[in-house]
Design a binder for this molecule. Structure first.
Ligand code: CTP
Ligand code: MG
Length: 229
């Protein structure tokens, strides 16, 4: 199949705080978005790499030192919600793309081997995502009271990339739009159509930089790698 990846970087990073939008925050001398692009361009299966940024960040993007790879497309402008940004990215892909991966720039250190595994799974099954086992016992809570405790072994933390046959994802996105449904990830749009989404065990190191503690953790990991023998 002919694959592309949409790289989502149009959020504001409110939980991270600070003045700089999250995707443009520096981590060890490189901004998160550039790190994510480097990782994704490392996978030769992607024929098109589509960044999605906010209009307010056009100048910031133009000032980046970007990888000189012809597969890196011009950025498109995202929307108010993550799902709107995905839609903008999807609309920008060439017609011949029939497999689409969606990735958060905030997961800036995804391994190429994991990307390859989730792409292969989606090619075969139609839909797949990377996910990591959840270390804590998960509680389903309503009004500060526990409703139930799902079996921890059956709980996985969804990561990205999430990868889909383009036609399946486009249909799921259209249905979500028609129903006024906003998902926090892409797989759930496909799940609600009743289509199976395959889980590919990923690396806990592919965590999303959400709050300051995540950035500190990423800095720590990077520093440790830098001093490794
Ligand atoms: N994203 C996007 N467009 C939006 C919202 C989010 O492209 N309208 C992207 C973010 O840039 C990020 C990814 O989706 O790479 C995951 O979202 P999240 O971690 O929530 O990032 P932000 O929305 O930027 O952070 P916050 O929710 O704390 O404001
Ligand atoms: Mg957000």
């Amino acid at each position: 199949m002919y694959s592309a990846v949409i790289v989502l970087a149009a959020g504001r990073g409110e939980r991270l705080g600070g003045k700089t939008p999250k995707a443009f925050v520096d981590l060890g001398g490189k901004v998160l978005l550039v790190r994510a692009l480097d990782c994704l361009l490392g996978f030769p299966g992607f024929k098109w790499v589509q960044p999605v940024i906010s209009r307010e960040d056009l100048d910031r993007y133009a000032a980046l030192e970007l990888p000189g790879d012809p597969r890196l497309a011009k950025p498109v402008i995202g929307g108010a919600e993550r799902q709107d940004s995905v839609a903008a990215g999807l609309a920008a892909l060439p017609a011949e793309i029939d497999l689409v991966a969606i990735h958060d720039a905030a997961r800036c250190r995804v391994e190429v081997a994991d990307v390859a595994r989730v792409v292969a799974a989606a090619e075969r099954h139609g839909a797949a995502l990377l996910a990591a086992p959840v270390p804590d016992t998960v509680k389903h809570v309503k009004d500060a009271v526990v409703i139930s405790t799902p079996d921890r072994r059956a709980c996985w933390g969804a990561q990205t990339p999430q990868v889909f046959h383009r036609a399946l994802y486009a249909e799921a996105l259209e249905k979500a739009r028609a129903d006024g449904f906003q998902g926090t990830d892409d797989a759930q749009l496909v799940e609600r159509m009743g289509a199976p989404v395959h889980v590919v065990p990923g690396d806990p190191g592919n965590f999303k930089i959400t709050g300051p503690e995540d950035l500190a953790r990423a800095e720590h990991l990077l520093a440790r790698e830098g001093t490794a023998p």
